[in-house]
Each structure stands twice: as C-alpha cells, then as structure tokens.
Design a protein around this ligand. Structure first.
Ligand code: NAG
Length: 304
C-alpha cells in the first residue's frame, strides 16, 4: 500500500513538473521584446495570421509561438557610390548620393504584405532610388551639371520622394556629394579651354601684328619708290649722255665732210680725186701713233 502511495506521488510530481514546464514554455513563447529603434507586427506562425497593429519598443505578449516582423523605427542610410548614369547629352556622369529613409509606421502592415520583411523592402527601395537617380540624370545636360548642382539635388530629392511615396517611405538629408564626368571628357574640356585662351591671345596680338606688317609694307613701298626713281633718273642721264655723244659724232663728221668738200671744190683747193686720196694717205700716216710700215707705192706724185 505504501509502495502504491509512493508511486502515485511520483506520477503526480512528474505531471505537475511537466505542466509547469509547459506553462513556462508557453509563457516564454508568448512574450517577445522590441528594441528602442524597432517597430514590428505580430505574426502568428501557427495560424499564419498577421496582426493589424504596429507595436513599438517593449515586451509584448501574443499567441504562443508568434514572431515579430521587425522594421527599423529610425532613419536608415541609403548610399549610392559612383553610380554611373547618362545625362541629357548622352555623356556619362558618375554620382555619389546618400539619403536617409524610414518606413511609415502607420503603413507597416501594408508594406509587410507587399514586401514580406525588411530585407525585401530595402532591396526594392534601393532599386527605386537608383531609378529615380537615372531619371534625374537624364533631365540635365552637361553644362547644367556644372552650373546648377543645387537644382539637380532638388530634382533628385523630388523624384526619390515621389517614388518612395508609393512604398510608404519618407526620406530626409539627401546629399549629392559628388558629380564627376569621365576623365577623358574632363581632359577634352580642358584642352578646349586652352584653345579658347590661345585664340584670345592671338586676337589680342592681332592689332599689333597688323600694325607691324603695315609698317613693313609701307617701308618696302617707300624703298621700291626710291629705287624706281633712281633708276629712272639714271636712265635719263644715260640717255642724255648718249644723245649728246651721238650729236657730237654727227657734227664731227659733218665738219669733216665740209672740209673735204672744200678741198675738192673748185672754189676751194680744187684737188683731183687722186690728189685727194694721196692727201688722205698722208693724213692717215701722219695721224698714226705707231710706226706704219706700208708696202704701197706712195700715192703722192711730185707732179700732176
Ligand atoms: C542646357 O540646358 C539649358 C537649360 O535648358 C540650356 O539653356 C542650354 O542651352 C543647354 N546647353 C546645351 C549645351 O545644350
């Protein structure tokens, strides 16, 4: 009998212990904690039921075995490093952009129904942000990227905000920290600038060079004028000289002709032709400066 009573006692103890353990387990699995930077919605993993309330920081009870689907309750950072896009001119632009985003707690259930959990949501937000950046990029031309950076940043902010509206997310602190063009484009721009400066220098030099050239031209013209005048005057002098020499020669021959005429003329000396030739022969020999050796008979005769 005593043996029986002992057995019953042990069974009761085991049953009580088991029930206690079950209760502790159930209580433990019905309590979940949310941290201060978290919000979440209870999900009954057994009933496959998603609660409709968004819970905040603290210890929460629910049906046994429930889970929280947790999202951050604070802004999280989204970064795009060296994102390449094409601008309005088709030039490649490299962008660094960061902003903060946060899901709207009032719409958390809707977001979870659409995107399942935070990881899925984050991925979609990343794609949406990238799409907004590409869109902004394609609306600005190259000179606007240089001159209107803040307008570009505003445009990016508006487009990201609009896109995130449909995903029930807010954004803040958007910064476009870098806008770069590919290096070959930059160097092309620089050499264009240099060429522009060179052209300006040449344009500035032009009046001076023109004046110099003008002066040289005028000097050359003056020199040519002088040379031409001198040549003309030389030619005139030569011509005059030649003319007067010719006149002198003609006059000399005329005189000679007159003299010979007188010699032959009956009113003059009345020489015969033979006498005249003889006279000329004597003149030639007399005028000769060198000795003359002549084998001719003397044309002069002692008597005619
Ligand atoms: C860039 O866009 C601005 C504003 O629309 C315009 O005034 C400018 O001419 C454009 N520049 C080029 C190089 O297309």
């Amino acid at each position: 009998m005593a043996e029986n009573g002992k057995c019953i006692c042990i069974v009761i103890l085991v049953v009580v212990g088991g029930i206690a353990a079950l209760i502790i387990g159930l209580v433990a699995s019905s309590l979940k904690k949310l941290a201060s930077d978290e919000i979440g919605i209870k999900y009954d993993t057994i009933q496959k039921d998603l609660s409709s309330n968004t819970e905040r920081e603290g210890l929460h009870s629910g049906p046994p075995g429930f889970e929280f689907i947790i999202f951050p309750s604070v802004y999280k950072s989204m970064e795009f490093d060296s994102l390449k896009c094409l601008n309005k001119d088709g030039v490649k632009i490299i962008l660094d952009v960061t902003y903060q985003y946060k899901v709207r707690s009032a719409n958390l259930r809707e977001v979870i129904m659409d995107f399942r959990d935070y990881d899925g949501y984050k991925k979609v937000l990343k794609y949406a942000g990238e799409a907004a950046l590409h869109e902004s990029c394609s609306h600005f031309n190259t000179s606007q990227f240089q001159a209107e950076r803040s307008t570009f940043q505003d445009d990016v902010r508006n487009r990201v905000t609009t896109r995130y509206e449909s995903f029930k997310a807010d954004i803040t602190d958007l910064q476009v920290s870098n806008i770069a063009r590919p290096s070959e484009y930059e160097s092309a721009i620089r050499s264009k600038e240099r060429a522009r400066e060179d052209i300006q220098v040449a344009l500035n030099e032009r009046p001076r060079l023109l004046t110099e050239a003008e002066t040289l031209k005028r000097e050359a013209e003056t020199t040519a004028e002088i040379i031409k005048d001198k040549a003309e005057s030389d030619a005139r002098i030569l011509m005059n000289k030649a003319n007067s020499e010719a006149e002198a020669i003609i006059t000399q021959y005329q005189k000679e002709a007159e003299a010979y005429k007188k010699i032959l003329d009956v009113s003059g000396l009345g020489f015969t032709i033979e006498g005249f030739i003889s006279y000329l022969g004597v003149r030639v020999i007399a005028d000769a400066q060198n000795p003359v050796y002549i084998g001719l008979e003397s044309p002069a005769k002692t008597k005619y």
